[in-house]
Ligand binder design. Structure first.
Ligand code: FAD
Length: 311
């Protein structure tokens, strides 16, 4: 990553947190057009169509309702209802999908007990439907609280119904991976998408990648069904190589990727017989999610800028 890339990544991640820009930005046509590559629609029905298309290609899905701007306990109730509607719709449509949930959506920044109560309702509903809730990981300020809640839910509902996410950019992650694997918590391993300081996160991409490989090995050695979430072919090759060395069969773990990113790679892995799950976000509040996707690949930003200039 060049110094310019580093700067635009930090700037985009800063902008992703500026709520006042959201309404203005989401009305701009070129911005909306570009976002539609990464977001499956603004409504549940649009997203269900995207899930059906992915299922038809042999991929499973983790569904995410976007809304990081939840401010009141009432709004957190709406999110719980939205997730219950999603779980019901998944059942009714007979699609192969589980759900991903952010604890800030459940009120983690308002009150930890409220977030636990709300998440508990979603996981209880998923358990009744024999489904699974992946608790997304957000900024490092909430890492510990998020893992505390995952552990409580895991103790109550068990391995098949709730799991965690770990980010390899965090210095603490290898230890978290070892501890969660001992407790048989299912993990999605990713690099991490937020703006973090060098005190908690590795500033150099090479260190983030090396930690990803170390943590991937911890996961694959654990005998638990985990998700390796990356579009980085070097990380994927390292995983395939390690799995072969350990004589792990295809299906001992799954690859996970984001909707709209590296579709060629998604299809190639399915063709080679690997389970692939696609993270499918939908909803009206797509601005911060979209900005994080721009930050991951500054070339995306120049594409948006070109279209904005052209009108
Ligand atoms: P990178 O080194 O960033 O990218 C490798 C290659 O992938 C790039 O060269 C490019 O070809 C392609 N690529 C990556 N991103 C883009 C993009 N936006 N647009 C176009 N091409 C791209 N992060 C969290 O912090 N918390 C979560 O809960 C979380 N959940 C995730 C769930 C899934 C299924 C996935 C795949 C990612 C998730 N992430 C999450 C995001 C993750 O942390 C990274 O920010 C993101 O995946 C990019 O990292 P990478 O591993 O693809 O590697």
């Amino acid at each position: 990553m060049t110094a310019a890339d580093h700067l635009s990544r930090s700037a985009l991640l800063y902008l992703s947190r500026q709520e006042h820009l959201k309404d203005w930005a989401t009305r701009l046509r070129p911005f909306r057009d570009m976002a539609s590559r990464f977001i499956a629609g603004e409504t549940l029905e649009e997203a269900v169509e995207a899930v059906k298309a992915l299922n038809a290609k042999g991929m499973t899905v983790s569904f995410d309702h976007l809304n990081e701007a939840v401010k009141t306990p009432e709004e957190t109730r709406d999110e719980v209802l939205q997730y219950q509607r999603m779980l019901a719709r998944i059942d009714q449509a007979g699609v192969k999908a589980n759900v991903s949930l952010k604890l800030t959506q459940c009120g983690l920044l308002i009150d930890k007990a409220l977030a636990l109560r709300n998440a508990r309702e979603v996981v209880a509903d998923a358990t009744r439907r024999d489904s699974f809730v992946r608790i997304d990981m957000e900024e490092s300020a909430v890492t510990q609280a998020t893992l505390d809640i995952v552990r409580e839910l895991h103790a109550e509902f068990g391995e098949p119904h709730v799991g965690a996410v770990l980010q390899s950019y965090l210095r603490r992650t290898e230890e978290d991976a070892k501890a969660l694997c001992r407790e048989r918590v299912r993990i999605r391993l990713c690099k991490g998408a937020y703006l973090e300081g060098p005190d908690v996160a590795f500033p150099d991409k090479a260190d983030v990648d090396a930690n990803f490989v170390r943590c991937m090995r911890v996961l694959l050695d654990s005998g638990v069904y985990h998700g390796i979430a990356t579009h980085d072919e070097r990380m994927i090759d390292a995983t395939l190589e390690y799995a072969a060395k350990q004589h792990l069969p295809r299906g001992a773990y799954e690859f996970q990727m984001l909707y709209g990113i590296r579709r060629d790679l998604q299809e190639r892995l399915v063709k080679d017989g690997h389970p692939v799950r696609i993270y499918v976000p939908y909803g009206r509040y797509w601005y911060p999610y979209f900005m994080r996707r721009l930050a991951e690949r500054p070339a995306n930003l120049w594409f948006v800028m070109r279209n904005l200039v052209r009108g």
